[in-house]
Design a binder for this molecule. Sequence first.
Ligand SMILES: O=C(O)c1cc(=O)[nH]c(=O)n1[C@@H]1O[C@H](COP(=O)(O)O)[C@@H](O)[C@H]1O
Length: 281
Amino acid sequence: MTEAPGFAARYRPVVAERGRLCAGIDPHVGLLEDWGLPVTADGLARFGDICVEALGPVAAVIKPQVAFFEPFGAAGFAVLERVIAGCREAGALVIADAKRGDIGSTMSAYARAWLSDSSPLCADAVTASPYLGYESLRPALDLAGETGRSVFVLARTSNPEGGDVQLARLAGPASPERTVAQGIVDAASASNSDGRGGVGLVVGATREHGLDLTGLRGPILAPGLGAQGATAADLPIVFDGADPAWVLPASSRGVLRAGPDPIALRDAFTRARDEVESALG
Ligand SMILES: O=C(O)c1cc(=O)[nH]c(=O)n1[C@@H]1O[C@H](COP(=O)(O)O)[C@@H](O)[C@H]1O
């Protein structure tokens, strides 16, 4: 059996062509209302269709936030399946923002749900929380590696509370000064030593993080642009020292507020993307 191309080989060309901005699809109740849509599964479906039409053909990477589909139950998941498939058919890579994390045996079921071709929810990547231990994510890391997909592991999140855990010092005499976040970065860098880029990180764009990202050789999802206050001009400062080719800023509400007109939505996305591209150089 020939090995599937690694995630890096799939990621690089589409990002080179479409630019470094991940479009978030976060159907907040307030956005459904602002778009004149009912807060029902039908409203959610219309929201999803507009996003797929406007963003699918232009964004390199699209990240539906699973949480906003879940309150609609089975009907919400049916919409999510359609959104994921529609974006992928339009040529975008899809990160399912599910932030999964559990003991390894359960993690393997999450991995099958989001990273296996046989699943109706199959995406190109999934977000994961490493706080049951980085190695608890192993089944997802392995399945992603085998199938040319990726797991984006939380390292230093964009929210103000994240530092309580992420800036704590690791136990053990070998690395008395390393933070928990740097430990995640180092584990991801070791996973990517095969050069396939199958492990990404999540590092918020909202503040300087003090992480050494130089050895990662994989994508860095950087949420926080727009609604959380980060700007394109902050990116070269926050990600000084990281390879800018791997930095993938993300914005959800900041772009989605331009809807529901698909043309206005697409324009808002391309404007934000162009700002990111010129800031990152
Ligand atoms: O994993 C994420 O995408 C994520 C990590 C993080 O540190 N901060 C963060 O905001 N996110 C997600 O990124 C999106 C941000 O949305 P906006 O603030 O509307 O741009 C939400 O779906 C968050 O769940």
